[in-house]
Design a protein around this ligand. Structure first.
Ligand code: HAS
Ligand code: CU
Length: 541
């Protein structure tokens, strides 16, 4: 097996196993939603399991999959990845970090949820572990940018492939975004958890966190879009409707993803509302590339349906290969994301945010976005990718076929009810959604029970996914490994597309940095200039 394929598979292994642990942790949350009285159900267990679920899903499963996919893209582009030894070292670092953080969480030393807001305090191993994961991912990002540069050198004046462009944009976005969380870790959380700093400023920490936390969501969605643009249309038998539009989309993500963090802090004091408005406007700007994506990807799928003989306004929909799990994952992920994106626009409006902030609505929103648009796409991508890089046939194909539909049904039950209960005022992250039988809580009890039922379907779906990928990697029938091919764009000139302004990622990176400075310099210096008292650490569970 090629060395790079081994590295890709190693990343997928960590990703899939973390996903498995994270999914089983959610059982506690489902039980809590249904308010079932079972032994082992306690606040301590609940907050540990929410933390494990959030950290392993949102930060570990995604990051390792994304790194694996990045190597696939770079290898396809240049026949080799940059600095393979360094990449193995970074992989080791990230695995070590994951191990440290997981140890701290699973031994009840870090029940601080995946946002790790102080003054909740975790064991230093948690913060140090996550910092190592970020350090490892920096090595990956550097390798992606170097691959992109090499591809440009090899064919001067010509565009690199769309997936390479997207991956390089994502790597740059990641380097910019993670400076925020690195600063929070190094100057605040780590010294404070070690006892070197007696107090911590929660507002500063939250601001640095969301400087990172919002671009993080685009770090997740960009690789999913790579699958939507470059894999799904081909798997469905069609063509990419417009590659130039795709190129613009990924560049715009690089520019607008970071200067928006205050849309998570609308309700925080200490940040002037004018700056919050500026972040809202940027949030509108960063939604635009997703609207373009909805158009381009659906148009590409329509081409596929028509090439397969679909007629009329909607006839092409029925002709799509709904039984191909990679394609159905993308279709279903996209359907869920339509609603998730709509919810995002609600979140981003200052006044509406005051209704939904910190309610079950938000958890419902992000299960449609990261939990569906990204996660379901990644699962579907594994069914396409793992056989190709492992040189083995997909095992348990029937489970793979049903898995996306189970996810869709589970997520629909979970999220639709979550949105409604959130509007009624059900807070997020509560141990007992019935508040011990309180009267007000009775109005959403039916909804939380349905949402727990959705959780059950999600568990079955998650188990199917883990079974299929693990069985394929371990026991799939050997075959010759197949090459990776991207969807053919409509209207590609002989020899490929020439570079345009959207290809100049270095330039756009500078624009992104300037926007970030405008969005953050004044409010951050205000925060630092205020009289600050800070808080001691709390470990309630
Ligand atoms: Fe969000 C909170 C605003 C997108 C993730 N978001 C969160 C949190 C997470 C998250 C994890 O403004 C919770 C953080 C926490 O723990 O506190 N979000 C937005 C907006 C967008 C958005 C405006 N979010 C995402 C994406 C995420 C994600 C993407 C992860 C991957 N979000 C917010 C705000 C908050 C927030 C506030 C704070 C709330 C609070 O108060 O705490 C937009 O980017 C969305 C644009 C998307 C669209 C949809 C386009 C539709 C497409 C589908 C095409 C269909 C296809 C299918 C392909 C406009 C592209 C075709 C099928 C056929 C059958 C034909
Ligand atoms: Cu955000």
């Amino acid at each position: 097996m090629l060395g790079t394929n081994r590295l890709i598979l190693a990343n997928i292994w960590v990703s899939v196993l973390s996903f498995g642990v994270a999914a089983s942790m959610a059982l506690m949350q489902a039980i809590s939603r249904a308010n079932l009285e079972v032994p082992y159900r306690s606040t301590r267990m609940y907050y540990m399991s929410v933390t494990a679920h959030g950290v392993l899903m949102a930060l570990v499963f995604t990051t390792f999959f994304i790194m694996g996919l990045g190597y696939v893209v770079a290898q396809r582009e240049n026949a080799a990845i940059k600095w393979p030894r360094l990449q193995w070292f970074c992989f080791g670092l990230a695995v070590l970090g994951t191990g440290l953080a997981a140890w701290a969480i699973l031994t009840f030393r870090a029940s601080v949820l995946y946002t790790f807001y102080p003054p909740l305090q975790a064991h230093p191993a948690f913060y140090i572990g996550l910092t190592l994961v970020v350090l490892g991912s920096w090595g990956w990002a550097a390798s992606m940018i170097a691959s992109w540069r090499e591809a440009r050198r090899r064919r001067p004046g010509m565009s690199v492939s769309l997936p390479m462009h997207a991956t390089a944009a994502n790597a740059m976005l990641w380097l910019l975004a993670t400076t925020g969380v690195a600063a929070e870790m190094l100057f605040q959380l780590i010294p404070w958890s070690l006892g070197l700093l007696p107090r911590i400023d929660p507002l500063l920490a939250r601001t640095l966190f969301w400087f990172f936390g919002h671009p993080l969501v685009y770090f997740w969605i960009i690789p999913a879009y790579v699958i939507w643009y470059a894999v799904a249309p081909r798997e469905a038998g069609g063509k990419l409707f417009s590659e130039p539009l795709g190129r613009m989309v990924f560049t715009l993500f690089l520019v607008f993803s970071t200067p928006v963090g205050f849309h998570h802090q609308f309700q925080d004091p200490g940040i002037p509302s004018g700056w919050k408005l500026f972040h809202t406007l940027n949030t509108m700007a960063v939604s635009f590339p997703s609207l373009v994506t909805a158009f381009t990807v659906v148009a590409s799928l329509e081409i596929a349906g028509r090439l397969r003989g679909g007629q009329g306004l909607f006839g092409w929909l029925r002709k799509l290969p709904w039984g191909n799990p990679t394609v159905s994952s993308v279709l279903l992920a996209g359907l869920l994301f339509l609603l998730g994106g709509f919810g995002g626009a609600v979140n981003a409006a200052y006044t509406l945010n005051s209704v939904v902030h910190n309610t079950a609505w938000v958890a419902a929103h992000f299960h449609l976005t990261v939990g569906s648009a990204a996660a379901l796409t990644f699962m579907g991508a594994c069914y396409w990718l793992v056989p190709k890089v492992s040189g083995r046939e997909l095992e348990l194909g029937l489970l793979a076929k049903v898995q996306p539909y189970l996810w869709f049904a589970g997520m629909a039950l979970f999220s639709f009810t979550g949105h409604i209960a959130g509007l009624m005022g059900l807070p997020r992250r509560v141990f007992a959604t019935n508040y011990g039988g309180a009267e007000q809580a009775q109005m959403w009890e039916g909804l939380t029970t349905v949402s727990a039922l959705g959780g059950l379907l999600l568990h079955v779906s998650a188990a199917f996914f883990v079974l299929v990928t693990v069985a394929t990697m371990l026991a799939g029938k050997r075959r010759t490994s197949a090459p990776i091919e991207w969807a053919e764009p409509l209207g590609r000139p002989e020899g490929g597309f020439r570079q345009t302004i959207w290809d100049r990622l270095g330039l756009w990176f500078i624009v992104a940095v300037i926007l970030v400075l405008i969005a953050y310099a004044v409010p951050l210096s205000d925060i630092l200039g205020m009289e600050r008292y800070g808080s001691q650490g709390f470990r309630p569970y």
